[in-house]
Design a protein around this ligand. Structure first.
Ligand SMILES: [Zn+2]
Length: 414
């Protein structure tokens, strides 16, 4: 029996969201938090986008150094051979790729405007898979964009054609959030049975069913005899109404009625890192966590009504499905209410050494302190908000990696 793997796409779908984004350091922190949590793979960015180049290469270096391990870092790009060539040129260390192309008649007609047929879609995708294989990609997955509005028969052909050329997984994208748990279960099961590929489930919340659809799709893939891979984002941040929330998906798999008995997470996930990653994503994106967010919302463990408060005081299991401690909540947090010294893009050495001293970082000599300050200034130029403690620690620990992350060279077409 297969298991359920988590592929987090915050650094791809999350940052594609209108009005929202992350700095390269914030994206790196996200990969580190996901790795700490035990997530199988992070879709860490766009290897054909030039401003991503140094960030992607620096994160691959962190993987080589063992800092970002065992998480797998996968690049996302269009399933077009020329894009694959560009990706491996810009990011030579790339190992895992997800190649995406639209498969529905709606998109073929409405987006490609009659310039492509279904056969062209298959040919284009196969050429891209061949190109990725020629570059010795360790794993190749293909994405069927708008799969939920694509005929099953064509999706099976798409999957089989990809598999024949060496793809290991197929991503079923419910790009518009059109599926419901019943339809996605049937489709994922049929795809698993008929393609023999691992099935990725990629859901959006346009009809409020992203998490429910994700676990139903995963169940379908497993019942069809294959491993399931659920795409999540931290706090559900993603295009339009968002993606399936990472913490909610893990909770749904681990805690919902009768699910974990048969359909288990393939990796050991440390749920106690949930609070930290959700808080960081909220700060970095500048989007508050909804008060009623599963597990990490301010009201997730709050009780006011007489009957509930009385019940939970007698036995928490009366009105709580799981304990806040499991999510890493419960520690008190320091909030400065008086004088505050910050460091930032216009900061000086005195304020900086004070801030670093508070988190027990000291420097060997003034030159080192000045170097780290310079990197912190640049990181702040990118993020435009005070760096959190863990970002400052990261820069102090890995100055060379930080320098690469912060190096942006526009119009450098070398
Ligand atoms: Zn998406």
């Amino acid at each position: 029996m297969g298991g359920i793997h988590i592929i987090d796409v915050t650094n791809r779908d999350g940052v594609q969201t209108a009005k929202l984004g992350l700095s390269k350091l914030e994206k790196t922190m996200m990969n580190l938090y996901l790795n700490d949590m035990g997530v199988f793979q992070s879709e860490f960015g766009f290897p054909t986008t030039r401003h991503e180049k140094n960030y992607l290469q620096a994160n691959l270096e962190l993987a080589e150094m063992g800092v970002l391990r065992p998480i797998r870092l996968a690049g996302w790009l269009r399933a077009v051979a020329a894009d694959v060539e560009l990706a491996f040129k810009l990011v030579p260390g790339l190992k895992h790729v997800n190649l995406s192309i639209s498969t529905s008649d709606q998109m073929i007609q409405g987006k490609f405007l009659g310039k492509k047929t279904r056969e062209n879609i298959l040919e284009t995708m196969v050429e891209a898979v061949d190109a990725a294989r020629a570059h010795n990609a360790e794993s190749i997955a293909v994405n069927a964009e708008d799969a939920s509005r694509t005929d099953l028969e064509f999706l099976v052909r798409f999957g089989l054609a990809a598999k024949e050329r060496g793809a290991v997984r197929m991503r079923y994208c419910d790009t518009l959030g059109y599926d419901n748990p019943f339809t996605i279960y049937d489709t994922a099961k049929a795809l698993a049975q008929n393609t023999g590929l691992g099935i990725e489930i990629h859901c959006h919340g346009d009809l409020g069913m992203a998490v429910a659809n994700s676990i139903a799709g995963a169940k379908g893939a497993i019942d069809g005899g294959q491993d399931a891979y659920i795409n999540t984002t931290v706090n559900g941040i993603g295009e339009r109404a968002g993606n399936a929330d990472l913490v909610a998906v893990i909770l749904a798999i681990a805690k919902s009625k009768g699910f974990a008995d048969k359909y288990e997470l393939a990796e050991q996930i440390d749920l106690s890192k949930s609070w930290r990653i959700a808080k960081f994503a909220s700060y970095a994106f500048g989007v508050p966590i909804p008060i009623n967010q599963p597990g990490v919302g301010a009201n997730a463990f709050a009780h006011a009504s007489g009957i509930h408060a009385d019940g939970v005081l007698k036995d928490t299991s009366n009105y709580e499905l799981y304990d806040y401690l499991e999510l890493g909540r419960g520690e008190s947090e320091m909030v400065e209410t008086g004088r505050e010294i910050c460091t930032g893009e216009y900061g000086g050495i005195s304020g900086f050494t004070h801030v670093m001293g508070q988190i027990s970082v000291s420097f060997a000599d003034p030159r080192e302190a000045h170097e780290i300050l310079e990197l912190v200034r640049y990181a702040n130029v990118e993020s435009q908000k005070p760096l959190v403690e863990e970002e400052l620690l990261f820069i102090a620990r890995h100055p060379e990696i930080a320098r690469k992350l912060l190096t942006l060279t526009p119009l450098d077409h070398t």
